[in-house]
Design a protein around this ligand. Structure first.
Ligand code: AMP
Length: 181
């Protein structure tokens, strides 16, 4: 079966209105992950543009990016590197602050995990405003590694994150789009 043409993964994504607050539609991928066909299709679709690309590491953003990024790394036969929320990684880290709607958050990666000459594929479940991915990309670049592309299951185009990354010269791969926030 050609999963790219024959399988609609969007129907496995559960949409929850007004979560975590009024006006936001939460796109819940736990229903996609729990379905064996959905999980396989999502991971295969994330991977296929990069099957012949020279990549050293897949890097995933906590927490849903770990599930998908780990599977993508396994399928590509590459290693996985986690980007975690502040204070979770046990070794020396480099970090980036990024703006949330209310306040600031910080993501970190081990300082020795990736470096000069490494070619990296970034994976997360969803891109909205792009703030999280942008901070991750800055971390990757600060480490000296080269960002090959950023891959997401879900794009919320109305929030402009994927477009913003593309304007910065990042190759962005997304599988499904939903309107609104
Ligand atoms: P952003 O930094 O605005 O691109 O937001 C991306 C991060 O927030 C991702 O790690 C998503 O998991 C999460 N996120 C943002 N908006 C949603 C939404 N509507 N449904 C589910 N997760 C979301």
């Amino acid at each position: 079966m050609d999963l790219r043409n024959g399988f609609d993964i969007s129907r496995y994504i559960r949409s929850i209105p007004d979560y975590p607050k009024k006006g936001i539609i939460f796109r819940d991928i736990t229903t996609l992950l729990a379905n064996p066909h959905g999980l396989r299709a999502a991971v295969d679709e994330l991977v296929w543009p990069f099957l012949k690309t020279d990549i050293d590491y897949v890097i995933g953003i906590e927490a849903r990016g770990f599930i998908l990024g780990g599977a993508v790394a396994h399928e590509l036969g590459k290693g996985f590197v986690p980007i975690r929320k502040k204070g979770k990684l046990p070794w020396k880290v480099i970090g980036r602050d990024y703006e949330l709607e209310y306040g600031v958050d910080r993501i970190e990666v081990h300082a020795d995990a990736i470096g000069e000459g490494d070619r990296v594929l970034l994976v997360d479940d969803l891109i909205a405003t792009g703030g999280t991915a942008d901070a991750a990309i800055e971390l990757i670049r600060e480490s000296g590694a080269e960002l090959i592309a950023a891959a997401f299951v879900i794009d919320l185009p109305d929030l402009g994150g994927a477009q913003k990354l593309r304007e910065k010269g990042v190759k962005v791969h997304t599988l499904v789009e939903f309107e609104g926030e």
